[in-house]
Structure formats: C-alpha cells, structure tokens
Write a protein that binds this ligand. Structure first.
Ligand SMILES: NC(=O)C1=CN([C@@H]2O[C@H](COP(=O)(O)OP(=O)(O)OC[C@H]3O[C@@H](n4cnc5c(N)ncnc54)[C@H](O)[C@@H]3O)[C@@H](O)[C@H]2O)C=CC1
Ligand SMILES: O=C(O)[C@@H](O)[C@@H]1OC[C@H](O)[C@H]1O
Length: 491
C-alpha cells in the first residue's frame, strides 16, 4: 500500500521504505531504532522481505533507460536540487543524526555538509565522464571508447556517517547515469530515509533512487545476488566486506568496498607539538573514535615522547563526555550500541592482560544519565608493543595506545606492519622524511602535519584489508561507468 515517509503507531514514528517513487509499508518486521545516548526507542523502521527487495531492484531497472538517457546537465540539475533541499533541512538532519547515532551536533552538521559536498562534486562532474578516440589501424576506421553507466547499483552503508555515506554512494551513481537501491545500516536508517524523501521532493524520477531496510546477511546479501544488480558499493567492516565479496564473486559482480582501518599516528622529534596534539585528539576521539580513518595507534619518537604524552593526557582527561542533545558542550557522545561498548572494554582489558598500562580511562562511564547510554571514558594505554592485539585490531572507539619509537625508520616499519592500509598520520618538519613518505609508508591516504578529514576531490582508498576500489574524486566517479569500445568503419 502506498504511504508517506512515516506514520505514527502507539505514539512512535514508523518509517516505510521507498520503491519506484512510492513509500511502501510491506509486511516486514519492525526494527526499533534507539538513541545510543539514552537507550530510548526514537522510531521504528519497517524491514524489507525478499519480495520487497526484488521490487526495489525491478523499479531501479525499469527507471534506468530513461535516467541514463538524460543529458549530463539534466542529471546534474536534479542532484543540485537535492543538495539545495538537504541544505535547507541541514539543522533538522543534523539533529536526527545525533539522535540516532550519538555524535555531537557540530559533527552531525559536518556529516550533512559532507553529504552535500559529495553529491555536489558528482553533479559538477557529470560532463567530465569523457571517453577517448583512438587511432585505428585502418585509415577508414576510428576506435571510440565510450563511458556508459553500469545499470542498477546497490549501495550498502555503515552507521558512523549516516548522511555522508549515503551521499557517497548516491551522488556518483546517479551522476554517471545509474539507478540505485540503498540499504542503510540497521543502526541508523532514519537519516537515510529522510534523505531519500528529499530526493523525491527534488523531483528525481521514480525508481532512480530506492531504499530498503534490512539486515546485512539477509536483505543485503539478497540484493547482491540478484541478477539485476550490476555493481555493489559498501562501507563497513572487514567481515561484512569479505562476505559481500564472496557472495558477489559467485555472480561475478563488480564490488567496491570501503572497510576498516588501523591508522598509525606518527610524531617525530622535530614535529610542532601543539598541532600534533590537537590532531591526535580530534583524530581519535571525534565521533567517539568511530571513523575508519581514526588515529588507532600512536608512534612517538623518544625525544618528544614525554612532552607529547603529558599534553595529550591533559587534553584527553579534559574531554567532556555526555548526551550531545541535552548538553551542547560535550566533546564526545556515546558508542553506537551496547555490543560495541562491550567490545571496546574487552579490548582494553585484553591489552592490559598482554602487558599494556592503563594511563587514564579504561572503564564504562556510570552514574546518572550515563547509566542509560553507551558511554566509555576516553582512554590511553601505554607500555604497548607492536605485537599486542590492541596495536593490530581495529578499535573503533575512544582508546589510544601509544608507543615510543627511536626514529623514522622504526616508525615506518611498525606502521606498515598491519593488515590495514587506509589512513596514516605523520608529524614532522623534516623535508627529507616528508618526501620519503610516498615510498616508505604503505597507506592509501596520508595526512602530513594535519588531522584527518578527506576532501571530496581526493581519493579515499584503502590498501590491503581496508578495501577494494576506492571512492571520491575523479577516480571514485569513474567506478560508476564502464567502458564500451566501438570500432567504427566508415568507407
Ligand atoms: N569502514 C568503516 O568506516 C566502518 C567500520 N566498521 C567496523 O565494523 C565493526 C562492526 O560494525 P557493523 O555495523 O557490524 O559493520 P557491518 O560491516 O556489519 O555493517 C555495515 C553495512 O554492511 C551490511 N552488511 C553486513 N554484512 C553484510 C553481508 N554479509 N551482506 C550484505 N550486507 C552486509 C550491514 O547491514 C550494514 O549496512 C565496527 O566495530 C568497526 O570496527 C563499522 C562501520 C564502518
Ligand atoms: O566510513 C568511514 O569511517 C569513512 O569512510 C568516513 O566516511 C566519512 C568520513 O570523512 C570518512 O573518514
């Protein structure tokens, strides 16, 4: 039955799913969406069954011919209109992100801003999806390499950036002439649903954007295996990425995966101390440490180690943790859910059992409002060595292990000894070391003398287990077209 975005049941908003330009109820189970700061149910989202997922794929397939035949400028104009609407709703969306995900409002605002920027970049570049004309071996022939869209794209997203990750999949997919079925994270479906409603209001034709909710191994897996799906783009865990890659391989589907990270944060003796401390704090504790580019392990050279650690500890202990909706001054909100909170605490305890020393934090925050949410104390671990699990496994939480190194070479060796290869941070004023980074540091995204935060015109690409493919910028956009070679004889 056709519905609006949401309706009320027992005083709680119940969100529908978007298929072929209609909000549909379906018969699927209802999923509680919780505020991680309070544990309250803020809304419910209807989950899709396989029949509804197939309906979404079919709607995307039906919409593809007309959408892909629109001119580059027409597609761009639709996306620009969507960006305008997102901007008009920026405060409301930021509040919603904070409510369902828990990050401070300023960070939610940046999440919405990044969503806009990713879609705007895609719109700006619809006209730049250029092909080639290649000299042929026959004088009466030309070889044309054209760039054409794939067809139906499935975009599967994680919970840590509920808006930006939708923009990152939807923007380039539509810009290049594809249609899309989105499946947002089970933890944060509401922002995605509201964004899709804005896509409807922007006049994006029916079926070009569709959204179904569901669990990854269930509906996510079903979407991947459908013969309609041509390309799968996913952001999430290495485990999820592996499962998706395996399911897609069976059907020879194209897959782009943006997975976890274990970014080394390197501070050499000649670094500027204050910016290094600022960046170490932001890159570890923003979004409660739940960013794939987070500072996950620190290597600080012996000459600056004591001064760095003293200042870093002061700053960590001054971080204010709380409910970002009721207290605008908090630096850090809760972890996304109780399971993640337990995971972090187990990792900290395990690190101590392996010999790490707890310098500060290391516990769940309790008492008063803390008891209702998933709060963890900002934590520092010292006396770690590079073989400990805390230096190898993605933490994805507010815990910083810090290790002393004797110099550049040792820092490089420790940093590279990782199954992850997305981001790395280096603070140095030494030009020789800086120039050597391209050769010595085996990571896809290196931040030198600054904290994290990629630009939409860059290329967000993880090596090794951090992913397959890469996103953003001109290389990210190219993933959404395939080449078609035509040998044109004209005598
Ligand atoms: N790269 C990143 O930025 C992220 C990394 N993570 C890492 O993953 C850990 C667990 O987080 P989760 O939310 O459980 O990540 P996840 O990988 O399970 O979920 C991410 C998305 O993939 C979908 N998914 C999962 N398994 C799938 C499958 N087999 N087939 C199709 N779709 C599937 C989920 O439904 C969700 O939409 C975190 O603690 C963190 O270490 C989590 C979120 C984002
Ligand atoms: O998923 C992630 O954590 C990253 O891809 C993240 O997405 C938006 C942020 O700017 C990125 O670092």
């Amino acid at each position: 039955m056709s519905q609006s975005l949401k309706s009320q049941q027992d005083g709680v908003d119940v969100y529908n799913q978007f298929i072929g330009g209609q909000w549909l109820t379906g018969d699927g189970e209802l999923l509680d969406v919780l505020n991680p700061a309070t544990g309250e149910v803020i809304a419910r989202a209807r989950l899709a069954d396989e029949k509804l997922a197939d309906q979404a794929l079919q709607a995307a397939q039906d919409a593809f011919p007309a959408w892909s035949r629109k001119t580059a400028v027409e597609r761009a104009d639709h996306l620009y209109r969507l960006v305008e609407l997102i901007q008009e709703n920026r405060d409301r969306l930021a509040r919603l992100i904070t409510t369902e995900q828990g990050k401070p409002l300023s960070e939610s605002d940046a999440d919405v801003g990044m969503c806009c920027d990713l879609i705007r970049f895609a719109a700006e570049n619809t006209r730049r999806l250029e092909g080639d004309i290649i000299p042929a071996d026959d004088p009466d022939e030309q070889i044309w390499i054209q760039k054409v869209p794939h067809g139906v794209v499935v975009g599967i997203t994680a919970w840590n950036f509920p808006a930006a990750l939708i923009g990152r999949k939807l923007g380039p997919a539509l810009a290049a002439g594809n249609t899309i079925v989105l499946k947002p994270s089970e933890e944060t479906p509401l922002t995605a649903l509201e964004l899709v409603e804005l896509a409807r209001q922007a006049g994006i034709p029916d079926g070009v954007v569709n959204l179904v909710n569901g669990r990854g191994r269930d509906i996510g897996n079903h979407l991947i295996q459908s013969p309609i799906t041509q390309l799968v783009s996913m952001t999430g865990s290495v485990r999820g990425g592996r499962e998706i890659n395996k399911a897609a391989a069976e059907h020879l589907k194209i897959v782009r995966l943006e997975l976890g990270g274990k970014a080394p944060f390197i501070v050499l003796d000649d670094a500027d101390l204050d910016p290094a401390v600022d960046a170490a704090i932001a890159s570890r504790y923003n979004n409660c440490g739940q960013v794939c580019t987070c500072n996950e392990r620190m290597y600080v050279q012996s000459g600056i180690y004591d001064r760095f650690l003293e200042r870093f500890k002061q700053r960590v202990e001054a971080l204010k943790v709380g409910n970002p909706l009721t207290d605008k001054d908090v630096d850090m909100g809760p972890k996304i859910n109780a399971k993640e909170l337990d995971k972090i605490h187990d990792m900290v305890e395990h690190a101590q059992s392996q010999g790490a020393r707890l310098l500060t934090g290391g516990k769940r925050l309790t008492g008063g409002d803390y008891d209702k949410g998933n709060y963890y104390a900002p934590t520092i671990l010292t006396d770690v060595d590079n073989d400990m699990d805390i230096m190898k496994e993605e933490i994805f939480g507010p815990v910083a292990p810090i290790m002393k190194v004797d110099g550049f070479e040792q820092a490089m060796a420790y940093a590279n000894a990782s199954e992850y290869g997305l981001s790395a941070y280096v603070f140095t004023q030494n030009v020789k070391h800086l120039m050597a980074l391209t050769r010595e540091l085996d990571f896809g995204e290196i931040y030198v003398n600054r904290g994290g935060g990629e630009s939409v015109q860059g290329f967000h690409k993880g090596y090794r287990n951090s992913g397959l493919g890469g996103e953003d910028g001109k290389y990210g956009l190219e993933a959404y077209v395939k080449s078609k070679t035509m040998y044109v004889h004209y005598s």
